[in-house]
Ligand binder design. Structure first.
Ligand code: PMP
Length: 408
């Protein structure tokens, strides 16, 4: 046998895998019959299984049997039948900016790709290379922005004492930002806290953005999931657009269409002068071509059919309500059980928080016990995906939380 030659990669350090995806893998490998997955933000039905939205199932069969469709490449900027209604969905049907051609839209590899493409564009073309992200935020934000060379700073977001928004501290931090700095805002259903600003607070955030001349980078991954009402969940984005702000909007259809693996999303750049649009689109297309050449067609075709048909749109809204109301019911079920058990602490934040997640406030050591002893899988920051709860496992989860909180 010949001796193995030293690899040119021998000096590369092994780093830990992504904690969330590792947790999912551990859950899948676990053979315990009462195991519970509260880790990743993906909708589950009351039996704990992934749910294909009925409207998606219906449109899927229309698309796959459509004799006019083939598997050719999409244009570099994606399917226009998808990006145009997607822009209207988030910016508002009656939005002046959409009507007057102030928006450049590009189809992306879902919300992650929209964040990446937007970040890459800003790293090349924006006057400030500093982006402020909330503390805490979606685990991938920092990595995405650092990957393209932006400087990442944070602003306070969550008040541990009230389990609500650290509003004054947030505004104070934004006041310190420099002219042109980029500020990332979750449009609704903040991940991981489930805490959103009120409309009045959004108005005050907009005042600071205007006064400090900041550039807003909206990330919207849960439109329709927070309140069940698509326009209410896009209120902040539409308010900023009405104020005439230049901004970016990263839009994901993973959660609200249940199209996680189809990687369906868009980046919308809103600009104050439509004359800039052609140049912006051309630069986005150049970046996109070098990165992915062109985006995937299937999910975009499904979303396009739904957004472009009044009757399918109504069916979608119904499906969204099925998901958001089941999640809300589970918030109440968990809170009520913890209260009944007399679990030390207050649990109202579970019903006050919105969207897919609850930031329980459980300390990392308690989370470790839930995972290792009780087979309940959740992030170490105490975030639970509410969709993992159902009428069959909520008693078990409440009892186990009660045990670890009491230290039993
Ligand atoms: N932004 C936020 C805030 C998210 O929570 C997520 C998904 N967890 C995304 C973006 C991106 O998701 P996707 O790439 O599946 O659209």
């Amino acid at each position: 046998m010949t001796a193995d030659k030293m690899s040119q990669f021998a000096g590369i350090a092994t780093i830990p895998g992504d904690p969330l995806f590792e947790l999912v893998a551990r859950y899948k490998a676990d053979t315990f019959d009462k195991k519970v997955d509260l880790s990743i933000g993906a909708y589950r039905d009351d039996t704990g299984h992934p749910w294909v939205l009925p409207v998606v199932k219906k449109v899927d069969s229309l698309v796959s049997s459509d004799p006019t469709l083939d598997h050719e490449y999409l244009p570099i900027t994606g399917l226009a039948d998808f990006t145009a209604p997607a822009a209207r969905l988030v910016l508002g049907k009656k939005s002046d900016v959409v009507k007057a051609g102030h928006v450049a839209s590009v189809q992306t590899i879902s919300g992650t790709g929209a964040n990446h493409l937007g970040a890459l564009f800003l790293a090349r073309h924006h006057r400030s290379k500093v982006i402020y992200i909330p503390d805490p935020t979606w685990a991938n934000h920092r990595a995405i922005f650092e990957n393209v060379g932006l400087t990442v700073k944070t602003y306070p977001y969550f008040d541990k004492a009230t389990r609500g928004l650290a509003f004054d501290d947030m505004l104070a931090a934004l006041e310190q930002a420099n002219d042109g700095d980029i500020i990332l805002l979750h449009a609704c259903a903040h991940n991981p806290t489930g805490v959103d600003p009120s409309q009045e607070q959004w108005t005050r955030i907009a005042e600071v953005v205007k006064r400090r001349n900041l550039f807003t980078f909206f990330d919207t991954a849960y439109q329709g999931f927070a309140s069940g009402d698509l326009d209410r969940d896009a209120w902040a984005v539409q308010h900023f657009a009405q104020l005439g702000f230049e901004m970016m909007v990263c839009q994901s259809f993973s959660k609200n269409f249940g199209l996680y693996g189809q990687r369906t999303g868009a980046l919308h750049v809103v600009m104050s002068d439509p004359a800039a649009r052609t140049a912006v689109i051309s630069q986005l297309a150049k970046l996109q071509r070098a990165e992915i050449s062109n985006p995937p067609a299937y999910g975009a075709r499904i979303v396009a059919r739904v957004l472009n048909s009044e009757s399918l749109f109504e069916e979608w809204v119904h499906d969204l309500n099925v998901m958001s109301s089941r999640i809300i019911a589970m918030r109440h079920a968990l809170r009520d059980r913890l209260v009944q058990l007399g679990t030390p602490g207050t649990w109202d934040h579970i019903v006050n928080q919105i969207g897919m997640f609850s930031f329980t406030g459980l300390a990392p050591e308690l989370v470790d016990r839930l995972v290792n002893e009780f087979h309940i899988y959740l992030s170490r920051n105490g975030r639970i995906s509410m969709a993992g709860l159902n009428t069959h496992n909520v008693d078990y989860v409440a009892q186990c939380i009660d045990k670890v909180v009491r230290g039993n």
